[in-house]
Design a binder for this molecule. Sequence first.
Ligand code: DGY
Length: 319
Amino acid sequence: MSPDTPRIVVTRALPPAALEPLHTVGDVWVSPHDRPLSVEELHEAVRGAAAVVSMLNDRVDDAVLAAAGPDLRVVANTAVGYDNLDVPAITGRGVLATNTPGVLVDATADLTIALLLAVTRRVAEGDRLVRSGAAWSWDVSFMLGSGLQGKQLGIVGMGSIGRAVARRAAAFGMDVVHHNRRPVDIGGSRQLALDELLETSDVVSLHCPLTPETRHLIDAAALHRMKRGAYLVNTARGPIVDESALAAALHDGTIAGAGLDVYEDEPRVHEGLRDLDNAVLAPHLGSATVETRTRMAELAVENVVAVLTGKDAVTPIAV
Ligand code: DGY
């Protein structure tokens, strides 16, 4: 390739077939590591890049942009959430930022329901019990959980994932209400103020983006507003919940249980959560299906190819 060939950096090994189109527009470097790049490795890798395909655990800040230098034209995040990108710094340098909305809606909604069922029906706790070899037998009052039918699900953040969760919850016979920053009119769901949603819902499920406004949206006060028998599900972003306050609320019975896929300081998980039977903890699996991860990689690649060939990005992050 000529020295003018754009350098494309992919920070994690994505499905090779999905990366194929990149080879037609540039010189592609794919991280050989099966782990996130360290900050130093990321700075080194992006040097001279025209495009960076980033993952949600790559922090793309001004230092990374400076390390990349003036050739950088696009940062294509392989995630719908983009709280790992310093978008003002990126756009301030005239670089485009893109994400992968839409393609992970169903996978994330499915995992939300999986966590909801796991925590309300004590599936993980039961699994641990059986594996432990402890004595157990069927009994009328053995390991009773909580049914979903006729219960109220409160969705915080009624974007495409929130709506997909609402559709699934309706099939379980739940009544759906929602809270959204901008009021949205969704058939079959009533918009409520956040406090009313917290006070009346049997399950609260979070689907809003992480922004300065939503950081610790669910803090000790919010948890105390929830019903004592209520459950919290978070498949959005960890820092939306104050994890210490949540651990305390689960411990003292302020709420009944939580299903979590994301954590405040991933991959670290608050110690107070790890030994609680009423917390089901998944390791950020929301979009983790072969089909979805392939589609996410393809969309990130489509964005890079579009920008490097002078076309409009497919899914630019609106600024
Ligand atoms: C996203 O795309 O933001 C998801 O969290 C990935 O699993």
